[in-house]
Design a protein around this ligand. Structure first.
Ligand code: GLV
Length: 320
């Protein structure tokens, strides 16, 4: 008998790329923190004995085949890629990443997108390409009302940083939230209408749920003040894309910066590609970083293996 034999903990891994590009990195980062673990591709037959799933956009139905599963860890902050699977095992806890490094990165992307628009980056890049040293009138941005939709771990960071830049930031969430004196908050349906009609820049960082699907509709874009700018780092399905395109084409909206789309990769026939007032980013506003996220993942795994409740468990009814 091998008295020293210890059970290996199997982690089924899938990052949405065909080659599981970052599996080696995750294996290194997690073995440095946890003993007796091995990562196997989710598609491998022996993944069916896995204790843990560490996944991004796993093929629908696959997690249901892992019948020893004790924890599902999302490789991103969003979990809609898991809950869209009608066969997701309902008795296994799901944990989402809450990584301050990602909130930091996302806030930078939002600030970049907003300032690029407000300081006419696209027009000046075009002028430079044509060697024109022309100036445009500078917009007055001090105390400009800016809306942040979604006041969770990321939205709060964005709101505070925009306030520090001198914008008059307002925030919206489904339930009341207090972000301190510098940020006016709204909630619920009436609050949504108020913030939509009172801000000139709109930043969506909401999770995708039944309540936020198609939230930004033709009526909502029409209710935004003329010349508004729309930024989406939430999910594509929160926006009626035709309505957004129409609002930009008619000039009611000044433009948009989008990191997320209904269909990703954005199909090359999509009309957004032709609209120069829409800045397109390939879902890169905050990429998952194993170096900073591994601590949380390792902590969640060891807590579950010890029989405890990890942090950041997703409420399956709320969907975030
Ligand atoms: C990215 O979209 C994420 O959910 O982390």
């Amino acid at each position: 008998m091998k008295a020293w034999a210890v059970k290996m903990i199997t982690i089924a891994y899938h990052d949405g790329t065909p080659e599981n590009e970052k599996q080696i990195l995750w294996a290194e980062r997690l073995t440095a923190r946890l003993k007796h673990i091995r990562l196997v591709p989710l598609s491998a037959p022996h993944a069916e004995d896995a204790d843990i799933a560490l996944v991004w956009r796993p093929p629908a139905g696959r997690l249901r085949q892992l019948n020893q599963l004790r924890l599902i860890v999302s490789l991103g902050q969003g979990v809609d890629h898991l809950f869209s699977d009608p066969h997701l095992p309902d008795n296994v806890p799901v944990v989402r990443l809450v990584d301050p490094d990602m909130s930091h990165a996302l806030s930078h992307w939002v600030i970049l997108a907003l300032l690029d628009h407000l300081r006419d980056g696209p027009a000046y890049r075009l002028a430079a390409a044509e060697r024109r040293f022309d100036s445009l009138p500078q917009r007055q941005t001090a105390q400009m009302p800016v809306a942040v939709y979604g006041l969770g771990a990321i939205g709060r960071v964005i709101a505070h940083r925009l306030a520090a830049l001198g914008f008059a930031v307002q925030g919206w969430s489904r339930r009341p939230r207090d972000l301190g004196r510098s940020i006016q908050t709204h909630h619920g349906e009436q609050g949504f209408q108020n913030i939509v009609s009172s801000c000139i820049a709109h930043i969506c960082i909401l999770p995708l749920t039944a309540h936020t699907t198609n939230l930004f509709s033709a009526d909502v874009f029409a209710a935004m003040p003329a010349g508004s700018y729309f930024i989406n780092a939430g999910r594509g399905h929160q926006v009626e894309e035709d309505a957004l395109l129409n609002a930009v084409r008619t000039g009611h909206l000044a433009g948009a910066a989008l990191d997320v789309f209904v269909e990703e990769p954005l199909p090359d026939t999509h009309p957004f590609w032709k609209e120069t007032r829409i800045a397109i980013w390939p879902h890169v506003a905050a990429q998952t970083n194993p170096d900073t996220a591994a601590d949380q993942v390792a902590q969640a795994i060891s807590t579950v293996l010890a029989g405890g409740q990890p942090e950041h468990i997703v409420d399956k009814f709320r969907g975030y």
